[in-house]
Design a protein around this ligand. Structure first.
Ligand code: FES
Length: 159
């Protein structure tokens, strides 16, 4: 009787080990597949911001998209989008509506409306973001910021 009980206990422990190993192997396979499998839905959408209808932007309007850390503006010449991340030590710059400047709270940098450094330690303008109009809407690619040395008219999307 004791041997039967002992055997069943051994079998139980053996099954438990096999079960645990199957769970671990299954998780490894699922994790590997999830890592290797290309994301079909949303992979592009996650890096694109729809900033609204181009025609709805008022002259001089500045819109901030907090989640994406993006500024989109309508200047006299057209539209421009850039990252709100300061090019000094990556603080988030704020728009000062009165002074019409972007200001960094960390070390006092100021940027003009085109993202150029007016004062402070940043080594370059705010990083430019690709902007295009798709079906009348402004679409910003905010995951691929472009470093620039200075503002150039070609950085404006005419509109
Ligand atoms: S992080 Fe913006 S000025 Fe230093």
């Amino acid at each position: 009787m004791a041997d039967e009980r002992s055997l069943s206990r051994r079998k139980f422990i053996g099954y438990a080990w096999v079960g645990a190993a199957a769970v671990v192997i299954g998780e490894l396979i699922a994790g590997t597949l999830a890592f290797l499998w290309p994301k079909k839905k949303g992979s592009r959408g996650e890096q694109i911001l729809i900033a609204g209808k181009a025609g709805d932007f008022k002259a001089g309007e500045v819109r901030y998209f907090r989640k994406e850390r993006v500024y989109v503006q309508r200047l006299e010449e057209g539209f421009i989008a850039f990252s709100a991340v300061c090019t000094h030590l990556r603080c988030i710059v704020n728009w000062n509506e009165v002074k019409k400047t972007f200001e960094c709270p960390c070390h006092g940098a100021k940027f003009n409306r085109k993202g150029e450094v007016l004062e402070g330690p940043p080594p370059r303008p705010l990083d430019l973001l690709k902007l295009q109009v798709v079906e009348e809407k402004l679409v910003v690619d905010f995951k691929t910021p472009v470093e620039r040395k200075k503002f150039e008219p070609s950085q404006i999307l005419k509109g």
